[in-house]
Design a protein around this ligand. Structure first.
Ligand SMILES: Cc1ncc(COP(=O)(O)O)c(C=O)c1O
Length: 281
């Protein structure tokens, strides 16, 4: 039985209960963060912290997320993951429990904090080498996709569309542009140049996205942060996704159309090798 954190307590998951007045339950009124831990060390925690702080500020939830670092390490330890080669810690902060009213509780109530840790299982080399397939879906999210809100219904519907199509990823398309995956960012490669959608309110500013852009810089691979029209996605030499529980995953077909030669390409391969080295295998 895993141990989770709920509002200051560490409990067996079965014992963790929330109020039916919890605004996360009623309104999806909160934010979350998923932070990887390699060899028991949180990876890029300051970047994850900065993003959740920005999300909390945008939603006007008064909570100092810096304290979550200790919670994350405690969860890794209590779940035997403090030496795990790869794991992740999920944390969400909601506006708290109060009788159902749309406007914020007045006076404010204590935010709800829930966190858990799980091992991360990277796909085998054989699986990675097969590549992954994706479908495109209309991007029907609100205009603040940069906030990592727990309100993920469009992402849930998109990912289910992928599952229904027998593939593993969905790509959001807004106004003819490929934006990002349902739970990861998207890169295309053409003529040796990487491109990914620019940071805006329409995509999540992925920590892995930034890290991979840095790795590309180290490897001398040019990167353009710009809009990606759908025809460019289909014509790309390579397509890949990045994210905390994605790391780097090559897409070898989108909407049943083969990408490049239908196998993971050299740029994704180089970046993934550099990524694995950076996180310590
Ligand atoms: C919609 C979306 N885009 C991108 C990402 C990747 O972000 P990160 O690299 O910070 O995990 C995620 C991660 O959950 C996501 O949900």
């Amino acid at each position: 039985m895993s141990v989770v954190h709920l509002n200051g307590d560490y409990l067996a998951k079965d014992e963790a209960k929330v109020s039916v007045d919890e605004r996360g339950f009623l309104f999806a009124d909160g934010v979350y963060e998923v932070t990887p831990a390699y060899g028991g060390r949180l990876f890029r925690w300051p970047q994850h912290l900065e993003r959740i702080q920005k999300g909390l500020a945008a939603l006007r939830i008064d909570f100092d997320a810096a304290a979550l670092e200790g919670v994350k390490y405690e969860l890794l330890a209590r779940n035997g993951l403090d030496k795990a080669s790869a794991a992740y810690v999920y944390v969400q902060v909601t506006r708290g429990a109060a009788p159902r009213m749309h406007a914020f509780p007045d006076p404010p109530v204590a935010p709800g904090v829930y966190a858990f840790a799980n091992p991360y299982h990277r796909p085998s080399t054989e699986r990675w080498e097969q590549g992954f397939r994706a479908v495109t879906v209309p991007d029907q999210r609100w205009a603040r996709a940069d906030i990592k809100a727990i309100a993920l219904l469009p992402n849930v519907m998109a990912q289910q569309a992928a599952v229904d199509a027998g593939v593993s990823n969905a790509i959001f398309v807004r106004d003819g542009m490929a934006m990002e995956g349902a739970h990861n960012n998207l890169f295309v490669v053409a003529g040796g140049v990487l491109a990914t959608a620019p940071k805006s309110n329409y995509i999540l500013h992925g920590v892995t996205r930034d890290f991979v852009i840095g790795l590309a810089g180290d490897l001398g691979i040019p990167v353009e942060e710009r809009a990606i029209p759908l025809p460019e996605l289909f014509a790309a030499d390579e397509v890949f996704f990045t994210g905390t529980t994605t790391e780097i995953k090559p897409a070898v077909a989108v909407d049943g159309r083969q990408i490049g030669d239908g196998r993971p390409g050299p740029v994704a391969r180089r970046l993934f090798a550099a990524f694995i080295e950076a996180v310590g295998g």
